[in-house]
Each structure stands twice: as structure tokens, then as C-alpha cells.
Design a protein around this ligand. Sequence first.
Ligand code: UDP
Ligand code: MG
Length: 309
Amino acid sequence: MEEKLLSLIIPVYFEQEVLEESFLRMDEAMKKTGHPYEIIYVNDGSRDDTMKILRKIAKEHKQVRVRSFSRNFGHQLAVTCGMDAARGDALIIIDVDLQDPPELIPKMVEQWKNGADIVYGKRVKREGETLFKKFTAACYYRLLSSMSAYPIPLDTGDFRLLDRKVADCFLKMREHARFLRGMSAWMGFEAEPIEYVRHERAAGKTKYTLKKMLKLAMDGITGFSSKPLTLSGKLGIGLCLLSGLGLVALIVLACTCGVAPWLWAVDGLVLLQGLTLCFMGIQGMYLGRIYDEVKGRPLYIVAEEINME
Ligand code: UDP
Ligand code: MG
């Protein structure tokens, strides 16, 4: 048996219906990898029987480790907390509800052993989700990748395997508003997809309320693009050009058939509004830079070094 340790990280929030079945399938999948492993559950402030069940599972299985939050901090922080605790050479992140099939884990591990630093699950089909969720998700991923300065793969969630060196880089980023799939894309490295059909939840309902989904969506956009901040500048340039064209048209008209005096005022107002928006865009550029500095991400990430010791 190989000695490389695997860590499976599972965030849980009010999941008493699915936990036991989920553990059996996850444990089975981890055994199939042939590696020693640990399963880390992070209870994100559930107030149902989740902790009772986790205590029982952890008592019977020494490979299971549990961390429990004092309140609900959100899925992304629960995953980060699990990653902080992980000791493995590869970290695998998966939802507890069996929507992402644990049976794919051995294949992901194979891809990792063949040299991939990140193996991310790519959803080719989503079962059991409302049309609204499928539609908004499809639009959102496309909007995000068109705005982001780094390519964020389409239709991927947080179901992924990260090599230890990738996880260590990831954990150096301590920003509060976290968007894991974006941060993973930002880091670069050799990332390989693994395609799968996203199933219906095994039990229980989604814990991602519309409000939580919107927050995550905004964290994704604001964390990975400063385009919204400079959008007003572009609009301002457009308005200034428009007022310039208007001025030319007014001069031509004034020299030929004459113009109503209020049209000059309208053109002046368009120019003023354009200038205001331009300066807002410039402020946005500075704000974007301050935001980048405050995030304190590493300046660069070295993936490999030769003769550098
Ligand atoms: N989750 C969490 N904290 C939350 C919301 C969700 O830890 O505030 C967990 C949840 O238990 C599950 C995963 O995050 O393991 C994904 O949540 P869910 O399946 O409800 O989201 P969906 O798949 O519907 O987007
Ligand atoms: Mg789910």
C-alpha cells in the first residue's frame, strides 16, 4: 500500500437525514483508493442531530475527524476550516448530500497520481435541480468567466482534489469573502477536469438559500473582477463622445437653420454627466487596486524549482 495520505473534507449544515448513508459511501470510495485516509467533517453550526450522528461515527471510526463551528459561518469557510485541519498529501472537497458521486474519488486520485495538481469535477448534466437554478447557474458561470481576468472553468463546483502544494498556497490566502473555485483558478497549476452527472440530493433540501447563493455569486464577481468598478468610466467616455458629436451637430445646425437654445444646455449636461462618470471610473480603478492590496494574496506562485537550493 502506498503511504500517501488522503484527506476528504466535507462541510455539513443540517444534514441529519443524509449523514449516515453518505458516510458509508464516502468511506467505501476512500477505501477503494488503496491509500490511508482521513475524513474531516466540519459542522457549520447545525442545530439538528448532525453533531450527535457525527460523534457516533467518529467514535466508531478512527479515520473520522470532526470540527464544529459555534454558528453558521457558511459553506466556503467550513471547507477552509477543514482544509486547515487536513494532514493529507492530497485534499478532496465534496458535499455531504451525495450530489457529487463519491465513487469518482478513486479516478480523481488516479489523475492526481498521473501528475495533475488539481482535479476538478465538471458537471455535464444536473439532475433534480429546478429549471430556475439550472438557468441562473448557466448564466452566472458565463457572466463570471467573461468578467474574470483569469479563466474560471464553466459549470464546476467545489468538488475537487487539490495537491498538498496547491492547498498550502490556497491556505495562505486569508481573505474573508472566499470563492473557492475562483481562488483555485487564480492559483493556476495543472488543472484537469473530470466529467460527471450531478445527481439529485440523496435526502433533505438544499441549504443554499437564494440569499446565500446571491452572496456567493457576488463574492465570485467582486473577488475576481474589478470590471464593475471601472464600468462607470467606460459609460462616461461614451457620454463624452456623444456630447462631442452632439456639439458638432449643433454647430452645423446653428450655421444652417438655427437651433433651440435649450439643446445647447442638454448637450452641456450630457458632457458634465460623462465627465462625472469618467472620474468615478478613475476612482474605481484606485479602489480596485486598494482592494487587491488588502487581499494580500501572494505576489506569485512557483510551481517547480530546479537547482534553486
Ligand atoms: N453547507 C454548509 N453551510 C451552509 C450551507 C451549506 O456547510 O451554510 C454545506 C451542505 O451541508 C452541503 C454543501 O455545503 O454539504 C452544499 O450545500 P447544498 O447541497 O445545500 O447546496 P446545493 O448543492 O444545493 O448548491
Ligand atoms: Mg447539494
